[in-house]
Design a protein around this ligand. Sequence first.
Ligand code: 5GP
Length: 118
Amino acid sequence: MPEETIFSKIIRREIPSEIVYQDDLVTAFRDINPQAPTHILIVPNKLIPTVNDVTPEDEPMLGRLFTVAGRIARQEGIAEGGYRLLVNCNRDAGQEVYHLHMHILGGRRLGPMLARQS
Ligand code: 5GP
């Protein structure tokens, strides 16, 4: 069994966070260290550490991530202006929390997709 992260406690509402949406498959809450005016994480309620651990049986949840992302973007007023959906996987992408999650970032011009290497 993969080890739980802080996100499992947020999903079960055992620790405080600003949850903006929750259903049977996913939970969405505001990022504690926002990188844009809107920065929300959507996470599967089931613990899946990374994209590498996704299986075909997870496809309903994966579809839900996108429908909920669109719904939240409209709620946040960023749908028309635009936003970025981001999923980091493992070390080279800088994944910090090993519970699969999709970032929704918006509310300002986000710039190039990848930071330049110095
Ligand atoms: P990653 O780098 O793994 O894709 O992103 C992890 C994200 O989780 C980071 O943006 C970080 O700020 C956020 N995060 C980490 N711990 C907490 C927490 O306890 N509460 C909330 N709301 N966000 C967190």
